[in-house]
Design a protein around this ligand. Structure first.
Ligand code: ADP
Length: 643
């Protein structure tokens, strides 16, 4: 059998065991304690001892005391607070049965102290209940009701019908003792409702006993009799001695009402006998009062006196000054301990609050500092980023400058290479040619065709000179301080005169030059005539150079609303798209080649562009590949007022 089987047995089957079977229960207990050590679970033992103590509480106070003490010892040894609490309650109950009020209060206050620290509030209610009963027996009804109200609140919260049934009975009893029968009855009725629901023999007997008592007080003798009989029957069946005694006392009172004094004496004596065996002094006290009254009625003076003395003695033993002050002292001690405990809790709470506030404050300070640090860090980062960005921009700018300078250097380098090439090739070629011709003349003796050779030498020299002139021109044009001789010229005079210079050359290639002058309009241009002539020379000589034989050249000039223009258009090979970007750069000889072996230096168009810009004009090229090229010069219109 495992430990929990035993546990189940105790708590499920025990309620079905009648009180008469307590001997066997005792035997069972001794079997348990003699089980091997492994079998004894300490908490289970505490529970068993407490349970047996509970069962004995209404039949044998000494046994209750014995088992509860055992439970207390084990519980204290294993420091099991709950077990200790229940044991204190049981010991308190044993003292209650013995009508030892100071010890009852002492143990229930001990129990209450523990109950306040545990989550099970029902135990607290149970303590309040018993303390209320003790106050009731001391005739301290206000205090008694106060305790009962506390217990009632807990039982209501916990919805404990069993607890409520008890507490309504106890509240009713307090009102009854105050002779407030109305409120007493109200509470007994509530108890009766719960009694019908729960059907617990103990509370059934108590409820009926209480009702019987109130009926008796109201002179409802029959009802009092019926309820007392029901209470006695139930209490006897289940051997609830305290209820048997108190009910016997009530029945004895009923007999006195009926003036049946002999029967009353008989029952009171029965009650005293049982109460003595239990040690319950308050019921003995009540029984002696009954005996005293009965003997008085039947006129037995001796017995009357003796019983009265007994009654007084028992009453005084219960409520002497010593007991009163003991109880007061205990209550004060409990209050003091409670206050101290509360003070400790308060101080701890304050300390915790202080600590909490400090931690909170420190936390805020820390967070604040962190925020400031982060902010500063962020600022520095941003500043650094800005500087970096600026430096990056600066570097990009410098890179760009370097790039342009590099490009310029490349350009200059290329120009230098071009120049060297011209000097090496284009100047050497005419010189070689002249030297060859001179050799031929020397070898022919007498020389024939001398004139012809001289003409060729003459032309070759011209060509060399032109090249040198071009080089000098381009060099001079690029000087920033080169001067211009501005004047007004009439294009109608200037262009035909210029074109005339090229007629012989055109004739040699069977090319027709057409001049398209504007009708009856004199075009005046504000310009430097020499420079304009250099521009025109280059364009006209190019047109002739790159035109096929038997083609035409058109020279046109005029004025629009916006500018003065001069156009030279040929029917040569035209200019390829890929050549356009390079054609105005120096030393660029492109796809189109001279058609009759003319000179080509790659400087002409560069000179044209530079000079046109110096004359505040622009040069455009319009050409379709294979369909000729047109060079269009545009100059600002002469404004007399401006000039
Ligand atoms: P050059 O005439 O001494 O070669 P230019 O600077 O005048 O040098 O011309 C550069 C190049 O442009 C020429 O070599 C030629 O390929 C092209 N070009 C110039 N004028 C014309 C034109 N009217 N028709 C076709 N191609 C031309």
């Amino acid at each position: 059998m495992k430990i929990y089987h035993l546990y189940l047995f105790i708590f499920i089957l025990l309620p079905f065991v009648t009180f008469a079977q307590f001997d066997s229960l005792q035997r069972f207990h001794s079997q348990i304690v003699h089980q091997p050590a492994s079998f004894k679970r300490d908490t289970t033992l505490v529970n068993i001892n407490n349970e047996i103590a509970w069962r004995y509480r209404l039949i044998n106070a000494d046994s209750t005391f014995k088992y509860a003490q055992q439970a207390l010892q084990i519980a204290q040894k294993i420091q099991w607070k709950y077990g200790e609490l229940i044991a204190y309650q049981r010991i308190g109950l044993a003292y209650r049965t013995k009508s030892d009020y100071p010890n009852t209060v002492a143990y229930f206050l001990k129990a209450l102290k523990i109950a306040e620290t545990l989550p099970d509030s029902l135990q607290m209610a149970s303590c309040f209940n018993t303390l209320g009963l003790v106050a009731q027996w001391q005739y301290k009804y206000e205090l008694s009701l106060n305790y009962f109200q506390k217990a009632l609140k807990i039982y209501q919260q916990k919805k404990s019908d069993w607890g409520l049934l008890g507490i309504y009975n106890n509240i009713g009893l307090t009102f009854f003792r105050q002779k407030n029968y109305q409120d007493a009855f109200k509470n007994y009725r509530k108890a009766l409702q719960l009694d019908q629901k729960i059907k617990d023999p103990l509370w059934h007997a108590i409820t009926y006993r209480n009702l019987s008592e109130i009926y008796l007080a109201n002179d409802s003798i029959d009802l009092a009799w019926q309820h007392a009989q029901e209470a006695l029957l139930t209490a006897q069946k289940t051997n609830i001695k305290t209820v048997i005694i108190s009910t016997l006392n009530i029945i004895a009172s009923i007999h006195q009402k009926k003036e049946d004094y002999q029967q009353s004496i008989h029952l009171a004596q029965q009650s005293i006998a049982i109460a003595r065996s239990l040690g319950t002094r308050d019921y003995i006290k009540d029984a002696y009062l009954l005996l005293y009254r009965a003997y008085k009625k039947i006129g037995k003076t001796d017995s009357t006196l003796i019983n009265y003395e007994y009654y007084i003695a028992y009453r005084d033993s219960l409520l002497n000054e010593e007991n009163e002050s003991k109880i007061e002292g205990l209550k004060k001690k409990y209050e003091f301990d409670k206050q101290q405990a509360e003070q400790v809790i308060q101080t701890q709470k304050k300390q915790f609050e202080n600590l909490y506030m400090r931690s909170l404050y420190a936390g805020f300070v820390f967070l604040g500092a962190l925020a400031i640090l982060l902010f500063i860090n962020n600022l520095q980062k941003r500043k650094a980023n800005k500087q970096l960005e600026q430096q990056k921009n600066q570097i990009a700018l410098t890179n760009e400058e370097l790039q342009t300078q590099n490009e310029k250097l490349n350009e200059l380098n290329r120009e230098k290479d071009g120049l060297m090439n011209v000097v090496a090739h284009d100047l050497r070629a005419p010189l070689n040619r002249i030297k060859g011709l001179v050799n031929v003349i020397e070898l022919q003796n007498p020389p024939s065709d001398t004139q012809k050779y001289l003409d060729i030498i003459h032309n070759t020299c011209d060509s060399g000179r032109r090249l040198i002139q071009d080089l000098l021109d381009i060099n001079q044009i690029e000087q920033p301080d080169s001067q211009s001789d501005w004047q007004i010229i009439e294009l109608n005079r200037f262009i035909p005169m210029l074109v005339d210079n090229y007629q012989v050359q055109a004739l040699n290639k069977s090319i027709e030059i057409y001049q398209l002058e504007p009708n009856n309009e004199t075009i005046q241009l504000w310009t430097d005539e020499t420079l304009l002539q250099r521009i025109m020379d280059n364009l006209l000589s190019n047109a002739l150079k790159f035109s096929y034989k038997h083609s035409n050249i058109f020279v046109k000039w005029g004025q629009t609303t916006e500018h003065i223009f001069i156009s030279i258009k040929d029917e040569g090979p035209g200019i390829k798209p890929e050549d356009r970007k390079k054609m105005f750069q120096k030393f660029q000889k492109l796809s189109a080649k001279p058609t009759a072996g003319e000179d080509s230096t790659g400087l002409g168009l560069a000179i044209v562009k530079s000079l046109t810009e110096r004359l505040q004009g622009t040069v455009e090229v319009h050409s379709e590949e294979g369909r000729g090229a047109e060079f269009l010069l545009k100059f600002p219109i002469y404004d007399e007022q401006k000039s």
